[in-house]
Every structure is written in structure tokens, then in C-alpha cells.
Design a protein around this ligand. Structure first.
Ligand code: SAH
Length: 221
């Protein structure tokens, strides 16, 4: 085949493949998580000048002064959460909706909440365009969880709390897992995996991370 007849290389497809290799190098080895991350196009969740950086392993700005997390961190958190196909999951911190989209491919039902209405409106649009029908997104202060939908098999918090919030611990099923970044907002935080046991909770420290803080109350935007 001459060069003229060879199909044009698709730069987006190439960048998505490269991102998948980066995820593996970062320790994401769960085949289901890798497959879900390959299917969800991060480019759909990033706007404006940052869209061309969607396939780089870095956090990027979204509306309301928030960020879409770094793909390798999304992969490691999802892997630590160990979601099962029958699970009902709560995500606190919808942001762009990217993490919720990945969870929706791995679980039965995803509830996701953010304190900024503008982010929820935008995320709902993207998630429905992608045809992901098992996600419900609400504007709410997620530090109180979602009592009406509790208990949850899995809870993923994508903003940093000083301690795992009590209402979220209470809304976890026995045997359930919560993954949450814990620490002071402006310093390095630690990603914690909490497992609810019959008589208490088991806490495992996973790795240092850096997230925007979990803030009380609803946002003004
Ligand atoms: N998971 C997101 C990234 C989250 S950034 C993604 O995939 O794009 C953290 C988000 O947590 C921000 O959007 C912020 O508004 C939200 N947040 C912070 N405190 C909150 C709270 N108390 N309740 C709900 N959302 C909160």
C-alpha cells in the first residue's frame, strides 16, 4: 500500500490508546476498569481550550472552579472501589460526570451529587447524550449522603474530607466499600479505603492524592 492509500491515522484514537497504556503503567490492572475507561471518551467531559488535553494524564479545569480528576487517579480509585455489576453506588462530587460515566458501566445504578447546580446541569446533558441511563445526578450537599436511596454497596467521594463523613459511613451496607480522600484541603491528602464490617469499619491507607475540598452547603453557581 502506498502512503497515499493508507488510512489517515486518527490522532484521537491514538491518544486514547496511549492513555490506556499510561493507566496500566500507573497500576490500573483490573480488566473491567480498563475496558470501561477505554469506552468512556474523556474528551466529551472537557470544554474549550482544555479539550485538546483530554487524553493527557492530568487534572483539568471544569466550570465553577472545579477539576476533572487525573485519569490514573480515576482508574486507581475505581479499582479500589471494586464495583460489582449488581451494585448501587453513590458518588459524591459529580464534577464533569466522567467518573460517574465509568461507574455506570461497572454497576447497576449510580447516584451522583454535586453542590454546584451548573455542574449537575452540564453533566446531565453529557451523560444523557452518551445514553447512560442508569445514572441519576442531583444537586445536593453530599456530606450528608442520600438518605432516601441508602444503603449503598459502594460510595466514592471525589473531594477531600477532613475525616470520612459520618452520614456516609452510616449509609454503607455491611460488606460495602467507601473510597475517600482524607486530609486538610491545601496539603497532600491520603486516599482511604473503608470497609464496613459487622461490628465496625476497617480503614486502609492507599496512596497520597490531591483533591479539591469537600465544602459544606450548596454552591452559588
Ligand atoms: N468526579 C469528578 C471530579 C470531582 S471534583 C469528575 O469525574 O469530573 C470535586 C467535586 O466535588 C466538585 O465538582 C465540587 O463541586 C464537589 N463537591 C465539593 N464539596 C461537595 C459537597 N459537600 N457535596 C457535593 N459535592 C461537593
Amino acid at each position: 500500500m502506498t502512503d497515499k492509500l493508507r488510512p489517515e491515522p486518527d490522532p484521537v484514537a491514538q491518544r486514547r490508546r496511549r492513555l490506556n497504556a499510561t493507566l496500566r503503567d500507573s497500576g490500573v490492572h483490573d480488566a473491567r476498569v480498563l475496558a470501561a475507561m477505554e469506552r468512556v471518551d474523556r474528551g466529551a467531559f472537557v470544554r474549550g481550550v482544555f479539550a485538546r488535553r483530554a487524553y493527557e494524564d492530568m487534572p483539568l479545569p471544569i466550570s465553577c472552579g472545579q477539576t476533572i480528576s487525573q485519569p490514573s487517579v480515576v482508574g486507581l480509585m475505581t479499582q479500589a472501589l471494586n464495583p460489582h455489576p449488581r451494585d448501587k453506588v453513590l458518588e459524591v462530587g459529580t464534577g464533569s460526570g466522567y467518573q460517574a460515566a465509568i461507574l455506570s458501566l461497572l454497576c447497576r445504578r449510580v447516584y451522583t451529587v454535586d453542590r454546584h447546580r451548573a455542574l449537575i446541569d452540564e453533566a446531565r446533558g453529557v451523560l444523557s447524550d452518551l445514553g447512560l441511563a442508569n445514572i441519576t445526578a442531583f444537586t445536593a450537599d453530599g456530606s450528608f449522603g442520600l438518605p432516601d436511596q441508602a444503603p449503598f454497596d459502594r460510595i466514592l467521594v471525589t473531594a477531600a474530607a477532613e475525616d470520612p463523613p459520618g452520614p456516609l459511613l452510616a449509609q454503607l451496607k455491611i460488606g460495602g466499600i467507601m473510597v475517600v480522600p482524607v486530609g486538610q484541603s491545601d496539603t497532600v491528602q491520603t486516599l482511604i479505603k473503608v470497609t464496613r464490617l459487622v461490628g465496625g469499619y476497617d480503614y486502609e491507607e492507599l496512596r497520597p492524592v490531591r483533591f479539591v475540598p469537600l465544602v459544606e452547603g450548596l454552591g452559588t453557581e
